[in-house]
Write a new protein. Structure first.
Length: 136
């Protein structure tokens, strides 16, 4: 008959490994909840941290993880698309500077793009850049 008893220390190693795995699962659950709250709280990280009962430094550590950071970026895109929809609706009723500012800063389709012009022929092309501030 074979001896089925675990070798000395194997039980302790198994319990330790299970404990680490349980901590990893708990962290993933908290991060998942964090992403859900991030969307619900419209990207307000301080509120998310309060609701998760974590320190802001913990959130910052999580964002150093590529997978978690990718989820945050996807959540930002969801928020930006939602905001774009709301702002376009408001703009239809009368655009304002703050709406344009938000869209230009946060949404790729509205960011100022460099303009390239083509010039045919020979000769000199002069470009004048003026400062539109009033000079007093």
């Amino acid at each position: 008959m074979g001896d089925n008893k675990p070798k000395s220390g194997e039980g302790v190693k198994l319990v330790s490994k299970l404990g680490r795995e349980a901590q990893r699962v708990k962290k993933l659950e908290r991060q998942t909840r964090g992403i859900e709250l991030y969307i619900k709280e419209e990207g307000h990280i301080t509120n998310v941290c309060k609701l998760l009962r974590i320190h802001r430094n913990t959130w910052n550590k999580w964002t150093k993880d590529d997978q978690f950071n990718h989820l945050v970026m996807l959540a930002d895109k969801i928020l930006d698309d939602d905001m774009e929809r709301v702002l376009i609706g408001k703009a239809k009723r009368g655009a304002s500077a703050e709406l344009l500012f938000y869209l230009k800063k946060r949404h790729a389709r509205y960011k100022d793009m460099p303009t390239t012009i083509g010039v045919r022929g020979e000769g000199k092309v002069e470009v004048i850049i003026q400062d539109y501030k009033s000079k007093e």
